[in-house]
Design a protein around this ligand. Structure first.
Ligand code: UDP
Length: 243
């Protein structure tokens, strides 16, 4: 598959430049029964996040007397991909749930809710590469929508290497036939990137390329952060109208 051209005259297969995000749409507060929720589209990815809690954690032996226990479940619907995915957890979804949960580690203020849990559910309805980062973006907004005290937002995007070039926000073909896929999540407080909370890599890049990729990821995360904030502001405006 080495001979598939993914970048022609500086344009990618969907017409984007290397440093462009796909179209992103974010809506907060889409589910009535969750404490917080969010729907996100990043290109052809369609994902819903639901947050429950803080609520008392049972069975009791799972409780932590000093802080809240955060649980994260990433799940892909069988119909979300070309080749039907077998329902239920698999190695991939267990790994994604774990690293996504860890992406929120420095952000949620956990000491405020001992013996309780915060449960985050991420449901992928349609997938087109970058679902773990899109899920994290939705979870971040859903947590804020639930009123969970946080030090900032988590904003995430994948970068990678395609046809020898560093690109932002890969689609499935770029993920499959490119040379590297690098999901990145950042912790952003008051418009400033405080740190990277998730960094994975599938493929190979040089040290300089990795540096360039991380810079591009930070630029993408800042763009997403602005859209997350806008979604939360719109949500508050909606509340005002209802009340
Ligand atoms: N994918 C698929 N079937 C699967 C798992 C993944 O078709 O069982 C596709 C899906 O479009 C996904 C992409 O492969 O978004 C890339 O998957 P990866 O494991 O790299 O995670 P992601 O990029 O979605 O975070």
């Amino acid at each position: 598959m080495e001979d598939i051209k993914l970048i022609v005259d500086g344009r990618r297969i969907d017409g984007r430049k290397p440093d462009e995000l796909r179209n992103v749409k974010i809506e907060a507060g889409v589910l009535k029964r969750a404490d917080g929720s969010c729907y996100i589209e990043m290109g052809n990815n369609k994902i819903v996040a639901a947050v429950y809690g803080p609520r008392s954690l049972h069975p009791k032996h799972l409780q932590n007397p000093n802080r809240v226990v955060v649980r994260y479940r990433y799940n892909m619907a069988p119909f979300s991909v070309d080749e039907r995915k077998r329902p239920g957890p698999d190695r991939r979804s267990v790994e994604i749930s774990k690293v996504s949960k860890e992406a929120f580690e420095p952000v949620i203020i956990k000491e405020l809710f001992p013996r309780s849990s915060i449960d985050i559910f991420v449901e992928v309805l349609q997938a087109d590469a970058g679902t773990r980062v899109a899920g994290i973006n939705a979870a971040s907004v859903a947590l804020a929508d639930a009123g969970i005290p946080m030090k900032g937002l988590v904003s995430a995007v994948a970068v990678g290497k395609v046809d020898g070039e560093i690109v932002l926000d890969l689609v499935k073909e770029e993920d499959n036939y490119g040379q590297a896929d690098i999901p990145v999540a950042t912790f952003i407080r008051a418009g400033k990137i405080e740190g990277i909370t998730l960094l994975q890599m599938d493929g190979r890049v040089s040290k300089d390329e990795l540096k360039k990729a991380l810079e591009l990821a930070k630029k993408g995360c800042m763009e997403i952060y602005r859209m997350q904030k806008e979604a939360l502001i719109n949500r508050c405006r909606g509340d005002e109208i209802v009340e």
